[in-house]
Structure formats: C-alpha cells, structure tokens
Design a protein around this ligand. Structure first.
Ligand SMILES: Nc1ncnc2c1ncn2[C@@H]1O[C@H](COP(=O)(O)OP(=O)(O)OP(=O)(O)O)[C@@H](O)[C@H]1O
Ligand SMILES: [Mg+2]
Length: 410
C-alpha cells in the first residue's frame, strides 16, 4: 500500500532525498579528489557550489557531509545563514563544537584555553568585535587559529573536517564576508609541521574541506569584498539541471527491483513503476530536482496499488501544476529586469534564430552591446542559458514554461 508515511519522494528543501539522481561529478570530486588529497596532506581549494533555487545545492553538500560523517569525518551541520545574521558568530559557534568533538575543550594547555576563550567571545559578539579590538586580534584570526588546532587534532586521529556554509549570498556585510572567507581560506592554506615516521618533520596541509553553497548572486560580491585570494582558495561550480538519463537511472530501481515499503500489518511489500510512468515523470520535471521530487510524490499519492502507472503519474502531476508554475515564476521574478527581458525575448524567437543580435533587437535593447552583460551573466553566473550558436536554454523548465503550455499535460 502506498501512503504518506512510506512515500520516498521528498519535495521541500534541505533534505537528502531517498530517491537520489545524478550529481556524479560533484560526488566523485569529493570521493576521488578532495578527500584523498586532504588525507594525503595535500592542499586543496574549498568548493563553492552555486545555482538557481531548487537545483539541489544544499542536498548535494548534505549528502557529501553524511557520507563523510559515516567515514568518521568531523562535519558541521548545514550552517544556514539567514539574511541579517552575523556569519562570523554562527561560524564561531560551530567551530567551537568541532573543537569539542576534536577533544580540544577538555582543559589542557593554557594557550588552548585562551584561544577557546577568544573564539567564545567571537561567538557572542561576532563581527563587531573587529571594531573594538586591535589589529591582529580580529575575529578571523581567532577562528583560523582554532581551525588549525582542530586540523592538527584531525591529522593525529586520521580524520577529515568538513565545514558547510549554506545561503552564502545572504552575507551582505562586506566586512563580515571578508572575515569569513579569510578565516576559512587561511585555514585551508595553512601548512603545519608533522613527524613522518622514518623521515622526521615534514610540512603538510590541514585536512579541512570547506563547502560554500548558495544562489548565484554570491558571485556578484566583488573581488575586493571577498579578498583578492578568494579565487585561488575556492573553486566555483554553477549547478545546472539533472540529465534525463540520471533521472531514469534513479527511477530504474522502481522498475527493476521495486521499492520496498512496510505495510499496515508490519509486513513488507514492493512498489513498482511502469516504464511509461518513469518517462512521464522525467518529461514533466525537466531536470529540476525539486520538480522531480514533486512529480514522484504526486504520482505515489495518485493511487494505492503496487504499481505506479503512467495515468497516475499524469494525474498526480496535474495536481502539482500550480506549484510547478510558481517554482519557475519565482526563478524568473528573481532575475534583474534586463536578464528577465533577455530570457523572455530569447524564448519568443524560434530556436534557430536565437543569436545575440536577434535577441537584443527582440528585447528592445538599443544596441547589441547593451545585451552583452545580461547574456553573459545568464550563462556564466546563473547557468540558465548557453551562449552557443545559436543560444540555447540550459534551464529546461524555464524554456518549457516560456515556449509551451508546460507544466500543463493532458
Ligand atoms: N540529486 C538529486 N536527486 C534527486 N532529488 C534531488 C537532488 N538534489 C536535490 N533534490 C531535491 O530537490 C529539492 C531541492 O533541493 P535543495 O533544497 O537542495 O535545493 P537548493 O538548490 O539548495 O535550493 P535553494 O536555493 O532554494 O536553497 C529537494 O526536494 C531535494 O530533495
Ligand atoms: Mg538550499
């Protein structure tokens, strides 16, 4: 029996969904590059993962963090930065918890006690501390010093540390942003001396992984605000929608083995999905992770039988159409006017006529060059379009919404 309790699809933010699709590039970046390099004492940049709402930035890093945690890493929770919160305070509080985990809080040396005291006062006063204290005592130095101690403890215990700051676009205060990025960046790049058996002292980097996630607007913070070294310390990736093949593989489990659920009498049964239902879900969600979960959830609810049929997938989606519409509208409404006009004009043209000059004319820009910045940002910063010949949409739900009667299906 399919019901609300055993529905494995989870639209809604900040969860690692049970039905996971794709993102293999980022998962393997963690498994095959970042983690092994940190284990080996090699320096590796932090990762900044940006993208439009609902593309799965938070889920992706939570999944990586869960995996890391299972392997013994010391991970922070998702440090979600609401607009107007002091990020330095939040970070300090989480770094103190890491210190606890690393066994640094239990008394010991005086030097460590003083350092913990400094970070505790940062956790209370936050970035404003910088205004009161003399140079060299700025909050970020205390944070970095403690991170270095945590990193040293991690080396001894053969652990990796993972720090996840989410919604980084909300750090609008210049001073706070540079304090955060310098604190983390200095810890990533710090080299420490350790004893290598048979070799004596060698220098190595700290096993600290930093993930920053948020909306593409984070990229607008100027180099000056982020600190000149930001790009050398963090590698940035803009997420794009999921591939249909990845979605197909994710749902294949329902087709081949079936999805095991517990039923009312405590027994288990298996829920399957018709291949045609799989295709219907893939077709309606257009690679959007959020819409994928929504379509799956509704298909599950559209019936109670052991097989999810195509008719149920379609019927379920029809009830989700309003939500799908507002998802895409929200993304469009967030765009600055020029970018929105550009996208709308692009959609008006037949696909083969989507060149910069035709779109610029259609959007009513006086000159081609006026459309340049908007089109560049839509491509490089947001990942919504591709400036090829002709221009194409990468955000397939926006394209479908503007050029067809999607999300409506009959
Ligand atoms: N790889 C994935 N496979 C399947 N579903 C996913 C995947 N990644 C995310 N989702 C689902 O997509 C939805 C949105 O994910 P998430 O909250 O991580 O997006 P986000 O990019 O952080 O959005 P926001 O910008 O609003 O914070 C969630 O319902 C999540 O379960
Ligand atoms: Mg998020």
């Amino acid at each position: 029996m399919r019901d609300a309790v055993n529905n494995p699809f989870q639209p809604g933010s900040d969860v690692v969904p049970e039905v996971w699709a794709g993102r293999t590039e980022q998962l393997s970046d963690w498994r095959d590059v970042l983690r092994p390099r940190l284990d080996a004492g090699l320096i590796e940049r932090g990762r900044t993962i940006l993208g439009e709402p609902g593309l799965g930035k938070s889920s992706l890093v939570r999944r990586i963090a869960e995996e890391a945690e299972l392997e013994g890493a010391w991970v922070t929770p998702q440090i979600r930065l609401a607009l107007g919160t002091d990020p330095i305070k939040r970070l300090a509080a989480e770094v103190l918890k890491l210190a606890d985990r690393a066994g640094l809080s239990a008394g010991q040396e005086q030097r460590l006690g003083q350092l913990l005291g400094r970070v505790k006062s940062v956790a209370v006063s936050g970035v404003s501390l910088a205004l009161r204290e003399s140079a060299g005592q700025e909050p970020h130095t205390a944070l970095t010093d403690l991170l270095v101690e945590i990193g040293r403890a991690a080396i001894i215990r053969k652990r990796v540390v993972l720090i996840h700051l989410d919604e980084v676009q909300n750090i609008t205060d210049e001073n706070a942003l540079s304090q955060v990025l310098i604190a983390l960046g200095d810890a990533i790049t710090r080299e420490v001396e350790v004893e290598a058996p048979g070799l004596g002292p060698i220098t190595r980097s700290l096993p600290i992984a930093v993930y920053l996630t948020g909306l593409p607007e984070f990229n607008d913070a100027s180099g000056a605000r982020k600190g000149a070294t930001f790009t050398r310390r963090f590698a940035t990736k803009v997420l794009t929608p999921l591939d249909d093949d990845d979605l197909r593989s994710a749902l294949n489990e329902f087709v081949m083995e079936g999805w095991e659920v517990t039923d009312d009498n405590g027994g288990t049964s298996v829920i399957r999905m018709e291949p045609a239902a799989v295709e219907a879900i893939i077709d309606v969600c257009r690679g959007e992770p959020f819409l994928f979960q929504l379509a799956g959830e509704r298909a599950w609810y559209a019936g109670t039988g052991d097989v999810i049929t195509r008719a149920e997938a379609v019927e379920g989606w029809q009830r989700a159409e309003a939500e799908a519409t507002s998802h895409v509208e929200r993304i469009l409404e967030r765009l600055p006017q020029r970018e929105r006009e550009f996208v709308m004009a692009m959609a008006e043209l037949p696909p083969e006529e989507r060149t910069l000059s035709r779109i610029a004319a259609e959007a009513g820009f006086a000159k081609n060059t006026d459309a340049g910045p908007a089109s560049q940002r839509l491509d490089r910063v947001r990942g919504i379009i591709n400036r090829g010949r002709p221009y194409t949409f990468r955000h397939r739900a926006i394209e479908a919404f503007l050029t067809s009667d999607w999300p409506h299906v009959s």
